[in-house]
Ligand binder design. Structure first.
Ligand code: SF4
Ligand code: SF4
Length: 189
């Protein structure tokens, strides 16, 4: 699947001129691809001066922290979420897989910040996960980012979170493949 990074696209329109299938348009200054028209020729990838376009073949397992399974965890860091909503990303589609309950250890946590036991527990709950998404991260991000791509989303509704993840999926994959990872802050503007 061909994907355009919303955070990298400057709206120059070069990819639109290049596409033989008129599959790309600008929406609020950002290029978007109509996947029904796209034939995957990859011509647009070469045309982009921003390296904003990439072919995405990877499958990702994504965990979104939530207390009520409806909105992203609001008032504390993602490690204290009651639940993690697990989605599989493949070919531009997010499929809901399961809800994982956080362990009691975390629900009853002390106020020790950056506790390595918490980080270890967190990794157990999120076994197999590639990307963790929250509104806030605590000091344990220092350890978490070694294992996960840590993504901050300011959106509230889970569907809006998934939308902004989809628009920035190539940036997320870039970070996943780095050894020196930094957290990513996504804005849906
Ligand atoms: S891969 Fe080809 S058909 Fe698809 S958007 Fe790019 S240039 Fe157009
Ligand atoms: S060529 Fe790149 S920067 Fe220009 S509109 Fe297309 S995706 Fe955006």
């Amino acid at each position: 699947m061909i994907n355009i990074s919303k955070s990298k696209c400057v709206g120059c329109g070069l990819c639109i001129e290049t596409c033989p299938k008129q599959a790309i348009t600008l929406n609020n200054g950002v290029a978007i691809i109509d996947i029904d028209k796209c034939v995957g020729c990859e011509a647009c990838i070469q045309s982009c001066p921003q390296n904003a376009i990439a072919k995405i073949n990877e499958t990702l397992l994504i965990a979104i922290g939530s207390d009520d399974k409806k909105i992203i965890k609001q008032d504390d860091h993602v490690g204290t979420s009651k639940f993690y909503l697990i989605y599989k990303y493949k070919n531009g589609v997010f499929d809901f897989i399961e809800t994982r309950k956080n362990l009691k250890f975390i629900e009853n946590e002390t106020k020790i910040h950056g506790d390595p036991k918490k980080a270890k527990n967190f990794k157990l709950v999120l076994k197999g996960v590639d990307v963790i998404v929250g509104k806030l991260f605590g000091p344990n991000i220092v350890r978490m980012k070694e294992k996960f791509v840590c993504v901050v989303s300011r959106e509230k509704e889970i569907q809006d979170v998934l939308d902004v993840l989809g628009k920035n999926i190539n940036e997320i994959i870039e970070v996943k493949n780095k050894t020196d990872r930094k957290g990513i802050v996504l804005n849906n503007c």
